[in-house]
Design a binder for this molecule. Structure first.
Ligand code: PBG
Length: 323
């Protein structure tokens, strides 16, 4: 696959004046606000004269807390209200956990910036046990995703896995109240909120392969506002961006917008993008895995190659069974 080489014209690349004001649309969970504040601080450091403001919003995904996400419409629930604020001109950018951004972006929107990734792995959190290995048969593990659920069943078939919803504080409260013996959360979210000491152990990718985009922040704007994309360019991390683009291609090719037990995780090693993925049934009774590697510049193509390899091993049957 070849890429066009962009050459500068004699007048140089299009330049945009530094912004005078940037409004960031954000959800109001503690994690979302931390992420928005983090981007605000980075923009203020880049553009000292710029006034950066947060516009807090509640999304449908924040309101519906009693049902598993897969049953109520999936990831789109967390971004729609923020996108409406972009369209209305009430905000210039929206900050997202990349894991929560739907695989297909709507026509008027762009994701020009993916910032450097935090720990992308899942964390084991418990007041009773030091690790999954320590847990006796029948002990209860709470998790919010089919991806984590299927992998727990594969590796620890004797544990009891139950659904856990709510923002990070709610999930930790449910654990502390004794509703669960342990819960699995993204390490990145806990660390961002200063709750790193709650992590008893980080689950290696071999045990819990992360979700596409986990641990990375993405910044969205209107595709029709190239000046906004230019302001954000210094915050983009090319390595994280390549990994996340590859991961999202796998998820898009196999699952579209539906919620399926699927993991996709890319790492840069010795300049190569190494990509791993799996698709499984929620109870872990069937799983297909694959991996491939190549140049980071070919991120999307690598993602497609991995998706094809998973299909060749039977991912389509698993997806069909999930309906
Ligand atoms: N689905 C909610 C969500 N979205 C992003 C994170 C954590 C931080 C991240 O992955 O960037 C979490 C919490 C979790 O899965 O435990």
């Amino acid at each position: 696959m070849s890429y066009p080489i962009v050459t500068r014209t004699e007048s140089g690349p299009a330049t945009h004046p530094a912004p005078a004001r940037i409004v960031i649309a954000t959800r109001e969970s503690r994690l979302a606000l931390w992420q928005a504040e983090h981007v605000k601080a980075r923009l203020e450091a880049l553009y000292p004269a710029c006034q950066v403001e947060l516009l807090g919003m509640t999304t449908r995904g924040d309101q519906i807390l009693d049902r598993p996400l897969a049953k109520v419409g999936g990831k789109g629930l967390f971004v729609k209200e923020l996108e409406t604020a972009l369209l209305d001109g009430r905000a210039d950018i929206a900050v997202h956990s990349m894991k929560d951004v739907p695989m297909e972006m709507g026509e008027p929107f762009a994701l020009p910036c993916i910032s450097a990734r935090e720990v992308p792995l899942d964390a084991f959190v418990s007041n009773r046990y030091a690790s999954l290995e320590d847990m006796p048969p029948g002990a209860v593990v709470g998790t919010s995703s089919l991806r984590r659920e299927s992998q727990l069943h594969m590796h620890y078939p004797y544990l009891s896995v139950t659904s856990l919803r709510g923002n990070l504080d709610t999930r930790l409260r449910k654990l502390d109240e004794g509703q669960y013996d342990a819960i699995i959360l993204a390490a990145a979210g806990l660390m961002r909120l200063g709750l790193g000491e709650r992590i008893r152990g980080v689950l290696p990718a071999e045990v819990s392969l992360p979700a596409a985009g986990q641990g990375a922040l993405g910044i969205e704007c209107l595709a029709g506002r190239p000046e906004v994309a230019a302001w954000l360019a210094p915050l983009n991390d090319p390595e994280t961006s390549a990994c996340v683009r590859a991961e999202r291609t796998v998820a898009r090719a196999l699952a579209g917008s539906c919620e399926v037990p699927l993991g996709a995780y890319g790492e840069i090693r010795d300049g190569q993008l190494c990509l791993r993925g799996f698709v499984a049934l929620p109870d872990g009774s069937r799983v297909v895995r694959a991996e491939c590697s190549g140049a980071p510049a070919d991120a999307e193509q690598l993602g497609q190659t991995l998706a094809d390899a998973l299909r060749a091993q039977g991912a389509a049957d698993i997806l069909a069974e999930l309906g």
